[in-house]
Design a binder for this molecule. Structure first.
Ligand SMILES: Cc1ncc(COP(=O)(O)O)c(C=O)c1O
Length: 360
């Protein structure tokens, strides 16, 4: 069996959930498990978050997978339904839906006689992605109140820049959301992970943590460790070859990394076919027995190469950590020009997720 694997730490997930509760003790928690639980496994994540008050997903299909796995909490489609054909499935599986657009409102108003679907009306308070404008919100709520297909009504909005603790727009956005919704007498939700840890005025009745549950920091310039968040996924593989190379040997595709001296080079069975970023530059660290060693050469589909000059005792079969316990995913994300979210959710299906409680 290929040694590439994602160790998924149940204790860390539960710990991070308890951090959500301590940051936002009064709020109900809608745990965001879209994109296969940010790569950790949709059903696994939900099953290990028994205390979550609800789950947020991005498709009816994910909602059904959770129901089929026995998840009983409310499940919300964060982008709503995509087509009116999906409404019977929402009813059958008791999925609630964001309503962010006139077309969805129209579909609900013309749904005929169906059991009512709980809705989260999305209002745009500054993200300018999804949501009704602030001006149209009262009319939307009024229409939903008389819409036979709409059940319980709640309101949500989303932050674009809450990860920046110096941002002046975020508190203004929270205030605007409060002003728009305070007389509606409905539950409200605004905070993502960054809102939860840094903007208490955004907590309202429901918070919607995603990335912090998985142990990566939601904040620019504040580490996960500082926030006492623990990595849930440790992506690891093993050396499958250790080769002694000569000064001047070119390593891997393109041959653009050239050995500056005679040196040992390790080959690790992981690559972009597993979701390890192809553009990880030479120098990107990997962890071997707690020692950081630099990647060299280009990332291949199934393999990467590692400079072993600092750890010449490495052996075939030694474990190599690509990110996770001891090597924050944020660090690899920064070096590869992306964010932890993308790295985590792009770990491909061929990497087995293996449940573990070991935290280094
Ligand atoms: C509507 C909505 N709420 C909450 C979240 C969770 O955000 P985060 O992972 O930053 O906590 C997301 C994630 O993208 C989202 O789309």
């Amino acid at each position: 069996m290929r040694p590439a694997r994602a160790l998924i730490n149940t204790d860390a997930l539960r710990h991070n959930f308890s951090r959500v509760r301590s940051f936002a003790p009064l709020a109900s928690v809608m745990a965001v498990v879209k994109a296969n639980g940010y790569g950790h496994g949709l059903v696994w994540t939900a099953k290990n978050l028994q205390d979550a008050n609800a789950f947020g997903v991005a498709s009816v299909e994910d909602g059904i997978l959770l129901r089929d796995a026995g998840i009983q909490q409310p499940i919300c489609l964060l982008e709503g339904f995509f087509h009116p054909d999906e409404l019977p499935s929402l009813v059958q599986h008791q999925l609630s839906s964001v309503v962010h657009h006139e077309s969805q409102l129209w579909d609900l108003e013309h749904a005929g006689k169906i059991d009512p679907i709980d809705v989260w009306v999305k209002v745009d308070t500054g993200m300018h992605r999804l949501g009704f404008s602030a001006e149209t919100l009262p009319a939307v709520i009024k229409r939903l109140k008389v819409c036979m297909a709409a059940g319980r009504i709640r309101v949500m909005s989303h932050f674009p820049t809450a990860d920046n603790r110096f941002d002046s727009a975020t508190p203004l956005q929270a205030r605007l959301f409060d002003e728009l919704t305070q007389n509606l007498n409905v539950d409200r939700s605004l905070a993502n992970s960054a809102g939860i840890v840094n903007w208490p005025s955004s907590h309202f009745e429901w918070v919607r943590p995603g990335i912090m549950l998985y142990g990566a920091t939601p904040m620019i310039g504040i580490s996960a460790e500082t926030l006492d968040l623990k990595p849930v996924m440790t992506l690891s593989s093993e050396f499958i070859a250790i080769n002694q190379r000569r000064k001047g040997d070119a390593i891997g595709y393109g041959g653009d990394w050239v050995c500056p001296e005679d040196m040992p080079v390790g080959v690790v069975a992981i690559g972009y076919g597993d979701g390890y970023p192809r553009h990880a530059p030479p120098g990107t660290p990997v962890l071997v027995n707690g020692v950081r060693l630099p990647l060299i050469g280009r990332v291949s589909m199934d393999m990467i190469m590692v400079d072993l000059r600092e750890f010449p005792d490495a052996k075939v079969g030694d474990a190599v950590v690509l990110w996770g316990a001891g090597l924050p995913v944020e660090e690899i994300a920064a070096l590869t020009g992306t964010i932890s979210y993308e790295l985590l959710c792009c770990v491909t299906e061929r990497v087995p997720r293996i449940e573990s409680t070991v935290q280094e």
